[in-house]
Design a protein around this ligand. Sequence first.
Ligand SMILES: Nc1nc2c(ncn2[C@@H]2O[C@H](COP(=O)(O)OP(=O)(O)O)[C@@H](O)[C@H]2O)c(=O)[nH]1
Ligand SMILES: [Mg+2]
Ligand SMILES: [Zn+2]
Length: 349
Amino acid sequence: MNLLQYGWNETFAAGLSGIGAGPEQVGRVIADFGEQMRIMTKEGEIVAGKAAKKLMSQPLFPAVGDWVVLLSEAGLDMPYVTAVLPRRTKFSRAAAGPEVREQVVAANVDTVFLVQSLNRDFNLRRLERYLIIGWESGALPVVVLTKADCCDDALEYIARVREVAPGVDVHAVSAATGEGMEELRRYLQPGATVALLGSSGVGKSTLVNTLCGREALATQAIRENDGRGRHTTTHRELVLLPEGGLILDTPGMRMLSMWEAATGISEVFGDIEQLIDACRFRDCGHSNEPGCAVREALGNGSLPVDRWQSWLKLQRELAHLEAKKDGRLRQENKRWGKEVAKIAKRFKR
Ligand SMILES: Nc1nc2c(ncn2[C@@H]2O[C@H](COP(=O)(O)OP(=O)(O)O)[C@@H](O)[C@H]2O)c(=O)[nH]1
Ligand SMILES: [Mg+2]
Ligand SMILES: [Zn+2]
């Protein structure tokens, strides 16, 4: 397999020589099954393990889309991932479980389609979150409104999206009629990776299949009467399109929550940040302080109330997340403190 088709480029090659590994050892993760992953290499597709503790000093957390270095050796039951090359972009969430740590669910994505359907799923508040996550990842966000055939005022929806996402491309498409599909292909140049972010049922898998011209992914109606075994053997999360371009539809993207958001929030809520800067008092609480620019904008309607409430809710969530991260830091410090005490005791004797 020519890895240039899979997005290999000079930046990744530099990362590879940076760790002293050869091009014969490199591959891109195309699906994640927990303990094992499918990886596309020059020799074709292989199954590899995530590095076992015994091979590594640090645990590794490769994600779909990552470029990884593989180690295959006599005595190992399969090749193992021994390094993850520096990521160009990444989608993160807080890992499940008691430990507060970042989990990357997709990496090296160039463009992210923020997908909502034009029937029941359309929700601007959710779209604001998708935009934050999109900008934060480093990929370029593009809004894709699906099932245009189920809606006769798509233009009105597009206009509403433009209000919360100025400067972001918006497309209304239908897999049923083919409307708008060609416009999406321009994000899928050879070697470019597009990821899909959107709720279950909005038509992501159908979109991939339509762009592919074949059943690359199981769609919901089909999955019900699909044998589980067959599904796992054909499973791909990163799919190469016939005309080039890669499209990534990983279940992890549906469960994204915010992990870090400072950059993303500034992109999406720059208007509110500007208003806050314009308040007379630095520590304005935006309730009844004199010279509050937020109150004024709410009063004259230039800032919609639900947009302000959306921002407030995000701030509360982020404060909660930061507090959790702080707790983790304190715990790590405590553990470290104990280590230091142990060493100090040894020296006292
Ligand atoms: N009418 C219409 N239905 C669609 C379209 N795209 C997808 N669907 C239907 O929406 C359902 C969910 O699609 P699926 O691709 O599995 O959604 P996913 O969960 O986001 O991957 C399926 O029954 C599809 O047939 C579309 O453009 N128009
Ligand atoms: Mg799907
Ligand atoms: Zn104020």
